[in-house]
Unconditional design. Structure first.
Length: 90
């Protein structure tokens, strides 16, 4: 179970990146890769947004469709992907 503890620790460290900084938005609207990242960290950003009004779960402004697609993939990979699925023993 040690690998699970390392994974949890890594995800907790990544959650520090959930805060959307103005510097990330200023050069241009976030596109696909930012959407993918924001979708991936969605669960931690959501929890953070409950405690701080400075944390958002969705970048505004964004580039529209490509950002949305990346966001969807990020959420889908974490929520519906095989990362947390167990193998059936049979």
């Amino acid at each position: 179970m040690r690998g699970g503890g390392v994974l949890v620790a890594a995800l907790v460290l990544l959650s520090a990146c959930a805060n959307q900084s103005a510097a990330a938005v200023e050069p241009g609207a976030p596109g696909f890769l930012w959407g993918l990242w924001h979708g991936f960290i969605f669960p931690w950003a959501f929890i953070g947004s409950l405690f701080s009004s400075e944390i958002s779960i969705y970048a505004v402004p964004n580039s529209g469709g490509w950002y949305d697609f990346g966001y969807f993939l990020g959420v889908a990979v974490l929520g519906g992907g095989s990362l947390f699925s167990g193998k059936r023993k049979g």
